[in-house]
Design a protein around this ligand. Structure first.
Ligand code: AMP
Ligand code: ZN
Length: 663
């Protein structure tokens, strides 16, 4: 087999597995085996850059950065849908249709997925473009971001038309949304409010590598094109599925509105068992011929109708409001409710977010409240049934003292959340910080889990993460459920964490608002903990994507004597406090403020080339604009990029010239 054949074979194999995993939800190999194959392909591609392909399974991790999303006019306008809310609305619609077309009318019923609409273009079976709905006439080109969504096939299979568009909805399934929020809370950030806004926000992120980390899915529901090999909507869905698209299998043909209504009542209840949010049913005239006869109003097709489900609501009694303290000291008020059944689950608690929310709704203990379950996994309280309020009821007074350590709470100007400022003495904060320090994405200490941390703290063995490094096997053995072997593993795990890179140490410190990405940026820019500790707010804000909120938080953290002491101790134990020598050597500021666009095939792998630009302070953009400083042209560069660069007077340089720039 030639190298090229080997590469193609691996790509095909990985595509098949990807399809089984993300489209069919039934993996055929283990994650480990998949990673092995992917790594093999990555290596081959790196060694043979002439076979680069933007549609290789290796490109799912993203990397392209888009500064300004290009506006693209839709070939076929993306319409909105008319809404209906009752049986009568649907029957009226049926009457209107019957007047306009001849012969019997059949309908397809689909669920209405609640996310961000998208139109994908495929040319010769290859994914070439993704555009958002925008105003329906033109949208934003978000190709680089959509390419990272695993259920969007980069290469389709079977007997597909040469050129077509397929439309669908990008959604964030509940489970992935919950995981993202857990991570945000761990990073000391506000959780996202609902999956839909998070999904559509994700499409407009500038860094596609960030999008790649989000568990987005693309559910498809309609084909657009000249000479499509189908005559009905039902067939379109079947075909799209065969070509490798993720078409949810909940759809059904209905002979009349009664059958449509049966579908609606079934899914009004059972939709809660689906892994993603739906907010209604979309009913479409099945025959494409009849669709054409019916046409469009100014806003929507006459041949389709959305039926909106009512948001599920229940009323119940609010027994008490309690307050939780997070790792960063943030206080979250929680409503403890009389258990009530809602959207298929029993609800006992609801988040009240913050003091403003409580004041706004005037919620009081003993009230009867309305609970709703929308996109959020945690139900929310939408209002109070004032008719049920007892005359003796008094307004809620927000807690003034920390429920865990009785310290007076503080609330910074402009912030919604109250905080317990007793970072050093408040048990959930002490335990939470150490739990964060040892967590997988931070110091990843093997043999030590969250519960053991709590045990160690409660037994007075440790009080902050620096204390971990003074623990001995003898101290640990007497703890509950601790054998000699596991105690040794624990100490060995702590010892091994001294090798963890500075970027991760910085994340592990648990500075409010400093998540993984920010930690990386800070480590790259400042290189040593000393430089970072002495950085002014202005110097911090000058770093790309770091705003005043983060800068203030960093300066505050290092201004505290106890934090400086802890860091000194960590350094003395041998924890990494600067970026490693080899990464340092590869870095400079030579390209600071310069934006590059990379196009074509190079000697270096594209990822290495991009890393090279970033390591030297430059930025990589996905498309050419007035802000581009250089276009680095490789072999087989796209002609449109060249024309555009020439038109805008952007200098075009070769890979060799670029390497000279940084040498
Ligand atoms: P609206 O935004 O309320 O006007 O509803 C129209 C939107 O519903 C479309 O732009 C689609 O993004 C979305 N939608 C979700 N599921 C479907 C579906 N099965 N068929 C058609 N449109 C859908
Ligand atoms: Zn406290």
């Amino acid at each position: 087999m030639t190298t090229e054949e080997k590469i193609n074979k691996l790509r095909d194999t990985l595509r098949e597995h990807n399809y089984s995993y993300y489209v069919l939800d039934s993996p055929t190999i283990s994650d480990f085996e998949f990673d092995q194959l992917l790594r093999e392909l990555q290596q081959l591609e790196a060694e043979n850059p002439e076979y680069f392909s933007p549609n290789s399974p290796t490109q799912r991790v993203g990397g392209a950065v888009t500064k300004n999303f290009e506006t693209v006019k839709h070939t076929y306008r993306m319409y909105s849908l008319d809404n209906s809310y009752s049986k009568e609305d649907l029957e009226d619609w049926e009457k209107r249709i019957e007047k306009l077309v001849d012969g019997p009318v059949e309908y397809t019923c689909e669920l209405k997925y609640d996310g961000a609409s998208i139109s994908l273009t495929y040319q010769d079976g290859v994914f070439v473009r993704a555009v958002t709905r925008g105003d329906g006439v033109a949208g934003d080109d978000v190709t680089a971001n959509v390419r990272t969504i695993r259920s969007v096939p980069l290469q389709i299979k079977g007997n597909y038309p040469g050129l077509f568009e397929i439309r669908g909805e990008i959604v964030l399934p509940y489970e992935g949304f919950a995981q993202m929020n857990a991570q945000r809370v761990a990073d000391g950030e506000e959780p996202y409010r609902n999956p839909r806004n998070t999904a559509s926000g994700s499409l407009k992120l500038q860094d596609s590598a960030e999008v790649a980390k989000r568990p987005l899915e693309c559910l498809l529901y309609s084909l657009k094109g000249e000479q499509l090999p189908v005559t009905t909507q039902y067939e379109s869905l079947q075909r799209a599925h065969q070509w490798g698209f993720k078409v949810p299998d909940v759809y059904q043909l209905a002979k009349n509105i009664d059958e449509v209504l049966a579908f609606i009542s079934h899914w009004d209840i059972h939709r809660h068992e689906l892994p993603y949010e739906t907010d209604g049913v979309v009913v479409k005239v099945n025959s494409l011929q009849q669709q054409e006869e019916l046409g469009y109003t100014a806003k929507a097709p006459r041949w389709a109708m959305a039926y909106k489900f009512k948001a599920e609501q229940a009323s119940t009694v609010l027994h008490s409001i309690t307050y939780q303290v997070g790792r960063t000291g943030a206080i979250t008020p929680v409503a403890n409710l009389e258990p009530v059944s809602l959207a298929g689950t029993v609800v006992k608690r609801a988040s009240l977010h913050n003091a403003d929310q409580i004041a706004k709704l005037d919620i009081r203990e003993g009230d009867t409240v309305f609970v709703e379950k929308g996109g959020e996994i945690i139900p929310k309280i939408t209002g109070v049934d004032f008719t049920q309020r007892a005359p003796s009821s008094t307004p809620t007074e927000y807690v003034a003292l920390c429920p865990e350590c009785s310290t007076p709470l503080v609330r910074a100007e402009g912030e919604a959340q109250h905080y317990c400022p007793n970072a050093g003495g408040c048990p959930p904060q002490i335990i939470g910080r150490i739990q964060h320090y040892i967590s997988r994405k931070a110091m990843d200490i093997e043999g030590l889990g969250g519960e053991t941390v709590a045990l160690l703290v409660n037994n007075g063995l440790i009080n902050n993460y620096a204390d971990l490094y003074e623990l001995t096997v003898e101290q640990v053995i007497p703890l509950e459920r601790m054998a000699k072997k596991s105690a040794e593993n624990l100490i060995a795990g702590i010892e091994a964490s001294k090798k963890i890179s500075f970027e991760r140490v910085l994340f592990a410190l648990g500075i409010r608002y400093v998540g993984e990405t920010v930690a990386k940026k800070l480590a790259r820019r400042f290189k040593t903990i000393d430089a970072l500790m002495n950085a002014s707010e202005e110097a911090l804000v000058a770093v790309d994507e770091i705003g005043t909120r983060i800068a203030e938080s960093v300066v505050f953290f290092f201004s505290e004597e106890k934090n400086r002491k802890t860091i000194q101790r960590l350094a003395d134990y041998g924890v990494q406090m600067e970026i490693s020598a080899e990464r340092m050597a590869a870095q400079s500021d030579i390209l600071l403020g310069k934006t590059f666009v990379v196009s074509g095939v190079f000697q270096l792998s594209r990822n290495d080339l991009k890393k090279c630009i970033e390591d030297n302070g430059g930025k990589v953009a996905g498309s050419i604009s007035g802000k581009t400083d250089f276009l680095i042209a490789g072999e087989n560069m796209g002609p449109s990029k060249k024309t555009k660069a020439e038109g805008l007077g952007v200098p075009i340089i070769s890979e060799g010239e670029f390497l000279q720039m940084i040498s």
